[in-house]
Design a binder for this molecule. Structure first.
Ligand code: AP5
Length: 221
């Protein structure tokens, strides 16, 4: 049996981690694990972890390592992850990266690649302030860069309800970018040291970036 692939997507808010993870999920059958989505689900469900995370997320700061690692460990224990996973938004601190190494050592899995999506901060505010998602299936869109083929109807599920995130405002985005540079950007050197780092210019077209990521997955995962 081959070892399930683990692909890490690193990048600041708005870099396109979620957009690309969903495309890779469809193309390669890997499972997207977004700690942001898992935390938003915990907030919506009113769990103890969700109650603690809510204000932190609304302020654009990072939720505590203990909460995030516990949520990810539970999700990684589910059966579908045996197909291989795309980690979208995890790890975000050195403590999380070390915890992931320990978790993977326990399950015999290895990181195929950690991809740094390289973007300019200024463009991220535009990307995030124009973002919205389908309220039914979660497909992501943008006011300018990615609109549904038929206005008001989701391409994937034909849903007609769309929503915007509570933390997608200019003030919170600035705080999220600051948190990225202070706490997450050091992981680029961490994975370079492990010999698994790949860099992708993520300022271009969504389809071109997907092509570059597809080549990395085909080769390394
Ligand atoms: P999370 O949900 O992970 O948000 P984020 O990292 O801030 O990333 P985003 O979802 O905002 O951006 P993305 O890179 O996925 O971009 P997208 O593809 O949507 O985290 C939210 C919060 O949860 C955190 O602030 C923190 O509080 C907490 N949290 C989560 N994980 C945590 C962890 N591990 N530890 C601690 N706390 C944690 O694209 C954005 C928009 O741009 C879309 O509209 C899209 O259509 C468009 N777009 C995408 N690519 C392109 C392109 N190439 N050109 C033009 N437009 C594009």
């Amino acid at each position: 049996m081959t070892t399930p692939a683990v692909l890490i997507l690193l990048g600041p808010p708005g870099a396109g981690k979620g957009t690309q993870a969903r495309m890779l999920e469809e193309k390669f059958g890997l499972v997207q694990l977004s700690t942001g989505d898992l935390l938003r689900a915990a907030v919506a469900a009113g769990t103890e972890a969700g109650k603690q995370a809510r204000a932190v997320m609304e302020a654009g700061e990072l939720v505590s390592d203990d909460i995030v690692i516990a949520i990810l460990r539970d999700r990684l224990g589910e059966e579908d992850t045996a197909r291989g996973v795309i980690l979208d938004g995890f790890p975000r601190t050195t403590v999380q990266a070390e915890a992931l190494d320990t978790l993977l050592a326990e399950t015999g899995q290895k990181i195929g690649a950690a991809v740094a999506l390289e973007v300019e901060d200024a463009a991220m505010v535009t990307r995030i302030s124009g973002r919205y998602t389908c309220g039914d299936c979660g497909e992501g869109y943008h006011d300018t860069f990615k609109q549904p083929a038929t206005e008001g109807h989701c391409d994937k599920c034909q849903g007609t309800e769309f929503k915007r995130r509570a933390d997608d405002n200019a003030e919170t985005v600035a705080q999220r970018l600051q948190a990225y540079h202070a706490q997450t950007a050091p992981l680029i050197a961490y994975y370079d040291g492990q010999g698994v780092l790949r860099r992708v210019d993520a300022m271009g077209d969504i389809g071109e970036i997907a092509g570059a990521l597809g080549e990395i997955v085909a080769e390394a995962c």
